[in-house]
Write a protein that binds this ligand. Structure first.
Ligand SMILES: [Zn+2]
Length: 429
């Protein structure tokens, strides 16, 4: 089932590199793309007619219609699309969506044109811009949704002198149902399909008609006795495993660290530029001068939020694939700054919230356990000792010699049914 939701967009004042963007320039680009889209549509209709005329003549002479591929080497849509590979500024996937749309429309209503029930299509001003699903990327950060649209091809970048590869907009979210739909698109519960960008002349703003599809109800018959233990760890942001099984799910935190390093380096360069900038930004106080720097801070948090969405999705997919009906996680409320679980740079709560709601959506039960001793306990023999952790990343049991990655050992413990009770009894002895 496919549905469409209308989303009003606000042009962002900086691009994904934190550089300032003038919304008037963006409007100019988009209006020019509209004009080109209209031109391409009208030309496409002409090509369709030409082929139609050829094919009717052929029929009159030979008593049968020719095969499109015999005449054009491609299907009609492919043939027309080939005509617009150059000579415009539109991102190729979007241009192709436009052309194929026109060819489809022509084919569907050909009979009506010929019989005179309908006049030949002519595309007017203010054409919507077609967006291939490849050209749409959603992001979520600090309770705001953003969309990145790939609209220009290489020729277009050069022509408009636009630095970024995508144009970024904030989405105006007016109600909770819109929020839910966007969240589900972001989590890939819904999949985003070809959409349209339209200029609303009355409201003087751009509107995204976002198409999304989903396949009815999700029913997984997962095994309630298979528990996936999830450790939010030091070495890996997430390490998950089923008790007694060696197979594991891990997320490497390197991606986020790498991103942070890159952004920090860029921030330094920008700050340096800000001190002796000779352009229009001088004389407007520190806040204006350092504008790109502030938006880079936003970028880090947005990246982290999006990463948490991605990681939690991957974890849930792993749980489903491994037939786990239950996820056990640490209750982080008791975790203090003294604990080695405390990582202030990593938003564990945010990650857990995302895991929890996605688990529920997939029909997986979430159980929170007290994480006390789960990192010191040997998951193989049950021996608990602080000395079992010679270093943060390593676990070696003093009693049985079991040696493993510390996060994996913790995830094994966390995945044991009634582990709190078991530890209580073990410690008392
Ligand atoms: Zn042991």
């Amino acid at each position: 089932m496919t549905k469409v939701i209308k989303l009003a967009l606000i042009c962002q004042q900086s691009d994904s590199n934190g550089m300032p963007v003038d919304y008037k320039e963006v409007n100019k680009i988009l209006w020019e793309l509209q004009r080109q889209t209209r031109e391409i549509k009208n030309k496409s209709i002409q090509y369709c007619w030409e082929y139609h005329n050829f094919s009717s003549d052929y029929y009159k002479r030979n008593g049968e219609y020719p095969k499109e591929k015999d005449v054009l080497l491609f299907t009609l849509g492919g043939y027309v699309n080939d005509k617009f590979k150059t000579g415009n500024d539109l991102y190729s996937a979007n241009c192709s969506t436009t052309v194929r749309g026109v060819c489809g429309e022509f084919k569907n209503s050909k009979k009506d044109f010929i019989s005179g029930k309908r006049s030949i299509i002519s595309y007017k001003e203010n054409q919507p811009l077609d967006l291939h699903n490849k050209s749409i990327r959603l992001e979520y950060s600090d309770h705001e949704f953003y969309v990145y649209l790939k609209l220009l091809n290489r020729q277009g970048f050069k022509k408009f002198n636009f630095a970024d590869t995508q144009i970024m907009f904030k989405i105006l979210v007016r109600d909770n149902s819109t929020k839910t739909i966007l969240e589900r698109c972001l989590d890939e519960v819904y999949s985003v399909s070809a959409s349209k960008l339209i200029y609303d002349k009355k409201k003087k703003c751009w509107v995204l008609n976002l198409s999304y599809s989903f396949s009815g109800e999700i029913t997984h018959n997962l095994d309630e006795n298979r528990i996936l233990g999830v450790d939010l760890g030091i070495h890996y942001p997430i390490c998950a495993s089923v008790y007694g099984e060696w197979k594991r799910f891990t997320i490497d935190g390197g991606e986020i660290e790498e991103y942070r390093r890159r952004v920090e380096a860029r921030k330094k360069t920008l700050l340096k530029q800000g001190k002796n900038c000779g352009d229009g930004r001088i004389g407007h106080g520190v806040k204006t001068r350092n504008k790109p720097v502030y938006s880079i801070e936003d970028r880090i948090s947005r990246f982290r939020d999006t990463a948490n969405h991605k990681y939690s999705r991957a974890l849930i997919n792993y749980a489903i694939k491994n037939n786990c009906g239950v996820i056990q996680m640490e209750n982080l409320e008791g975790v203090t700054a003294h604990s080695d679980k405390f990582l202030k740079n990593w938003s564990y709560y945010d990650l857990q919230t995302k895991i929890e709601y996605k688990a529920k959506e997939a029909g997986i039960k979430v159980v929170y356990i007290n994480p006390r001793y789960t990192s010191q306990r040997c998951s193989k023999c049950g021996y608990t000792d602080t000395d079992n952790r010679p270093e943060q990343a390593k676990f070696i049991c003093k009693k049985c010699g079991f040696s493993e990655n510390a996060d994996f050992n913790a995830s094994q413990n966390i995945g044991i049914k009634n582990i709190e009770q078991i530890i209580k009894e073990e410690i008392q002895i």
